[in-house]
Design a protein around this ligand. Structure first.
Ligand SMILES: Cc1ncc(COP(=O)(O)O)c(C=O)c1O
Length: 486
């Protein structure tokens, strides 16, 4: 069989590649038909005046891509269905496929489809008091790079799968020591499960401890992501109000709940610190009823002035607390490393669930973080950031007092990296936001964190990403914009 093939010995493209291209084109254009037999490598090499290796290489490429097949004893043939046919039958644009038939979701899928996951739009303003982030531009990036480099030069070990479902042991050990020192959490490294942030810790808790219809108590107002995780699991949610001493534990007492989720060190978003009497009351209630407490200690590292109250986990005399911490606020949110300190009896089932859900956290970041903590950088960074945020916080409090006087009530100023402020004006939240935007100030309302319609005028002021001047200017402009017609 003769195939018209033109090869150019002067081209920069190797001959075997040219042959491959020519044959592929012949197959696609139909000059070579499906199932058609090709000449042997010896015959074709002879007729083209090239080496047999050239032809063999060209054929091998077409064989590996599915254009040709060999039948032992018979020779080489064009495949009946060539790869390009398969590709052409794949739609190129999303949505081109005709509907197959209705795809039924799992109960979880159905529940999730009904869960509101919309996000409050972040203010795009010259001075934005958005909250929830540390000052990323103050992170010791150069140091982090050096620690990373240690593992990226000659260490190939971490590239492999890890086999410890709880996470990298030296990191768990470093966290156990750190938690004992700084939060009086009582645990050893075998009780720590490293998670993809608080988010995954809450998700695993809801998967493993809640059935559809099971009751859980949440703070009102409270952390929206937690509420969404639990409601997408079909939980029956009891909102419990919060005041200046944190969760109103007395209102929880008669609720038939299996779990309660709290942020005792710095209630989100009000900033209240759960008082010691209420902590003891909560622990006693859990002990009596068998309910479990989920303690989210998301930014407890930032405390100003007062002596810290130890974590609930450390105060508990029974295994009633699941303690969650995260590096999102003390280091940076995209690190996605958090930890769940578990009662011993729950460790194994949580490890299994974590393993099935995503196998492991990235090894490199776990190693770098373990060194960062063990070598003292975490606590040094924290000291610096605490002092930095403390100055910003004072500037914000002073500016609010100076420009608003008694038209602003400040809540939760002793901890964290945001304040909640009640603004007393005869304006709706939307009007306040619009006026702020007009003078280049971005604000976020606390409304979305409430279960029902909240009293208007409550805003969350994040200050961690701003400079002192920006804070002063922002508050002055806001006060002027709101005072205008009041
Ligand atoms: C109450 C609360 N918990 C935890 C987190 C942190 O979540 P993650 O560790 O998933 O980043 C936040 C972040 O804003 C929070 O507000």
């Amino acid at each position: 069989m003769d195939i018209a093939i033109a090869l150019s010995p002067h081209s920069a493209i190797p001959l075997h590649r040219q042959l491959y291209e020519e044959l592929r084109r012949a197959i696609l254009s139909g000059r070579l038909l499906p199932q058609q037999r090709l000449p042997s490598t010896r015959e074709l090499a002879k007729s083209l005046g090239v080496s047999r290796t050239t032809v063999t290489l060209g054929y091998e490429q077409l064989l590996s891509e599915g254009y040709l097949k060999t039948i032992i004893g018979s020779g080489t043939f064009v495949c009946a269905q060539i790869p390009d046919d398969l590709l052409q039958s794949t739609p190129t644009e999303a949505g081109e496929k005709a509907a197959h038939f209705p795809i039924s979701l799992s109960q979880y899928g159905e529940q999730l489809a009904q869960t509101d996951l919309s996000l409050q739009a972040e203010p795009q303003a010259e001075i934005s008091f958005r909250y929830g982030r540390p000052a990323c531009d103050r992170f010791p990036l150069e140091l982090w790079r050096k620690l990373l480099a240690r593992y990226c030069r000659t260490d190939y070990q971490w590239l492999d799968y890890a086999f410890d479902p709880l996470g990298y042991l030296p990191l768990r050990e470093a966290i156990a020591l750190y938690l004992g020192r700084s939060r009086a959490v009582q645990c050893n490294s075998d009780q720590i499960l490293l998670t993809n942030g608080t988010q995954q810790a809450l998700y695993l808790i809801s998967r493993l401890l809640l059935n559809t219809g099971d009751a859980i108590a949440l703070e009102d107002p409270g952390y929206l992501s937690a509420r969404r995780i639990f409601s997408s699991q079909g939980a029956n949610i009891f909102p419990i109000p919060v005041d200046e001493s944190g969760l109103r534990v007395a209102q929880l007492i008669d609720k038939p709940v299996k779990l309660v989720y709290v942020t005792p060190s710095h209630q989100f978003p009000t900033g209240a610190i759960l008082s010691l009497p209420r902590r003891l009351e909560l622990l006693a209630w859990a002990q009596q009823t068998g309910a479990l407490i989920i303690e989210d200690d998301y930014d407890s590292e930032y405390r100003y002035g007062e002596r810290p109250i130890p974590a609930l986990q450390g105060l508990a005399i029974t295994d009633s607390v699941l303690y969650i911490g995260t590096f999102s606020k003390v280091l940076f949110p995209s690190l996605r490393i958090g930890y769940l300190v578990l009662p011993k009896s729950l460790v194994s089932i949580f490890a299994r669930a974590k393993w099935l859900s995503d196998r492991q956290l990235p090894s490199l970041e776990q190693r770098v973080l373990a060194d960062f903590i063990a070598e003292g950088h975490l606590e040094r960074h924290l000291r610096q950031m605490r002092s930095h945020y403390n100055q910003l916080r004072q500037v914000l409090v002073e500016a609010l007092k100076r420009y608003f006087g008694d038209r602003a009530t400040i809540l939760g100023e002793n901890a964290g990296i945001h304040l909640m402020v009640r603004l007393h004006f005869n304006l709706s939240d939307d009007e306040i936001l619009q006026r702020a935007a007009k003078v280049g100030v971005g604000l976020l309302s606390a409304q979305s964190h409430y279960f029902s319609i909240a009293e208007p005028g409550q805003f969350i002021f994040g200050y961690s990403e701003l400079t002192q001047t920006q804070i002063q200017t922002g508050i002055r402009r806001l006060a002027m914009a709101l005072e205008e017609i009041n």
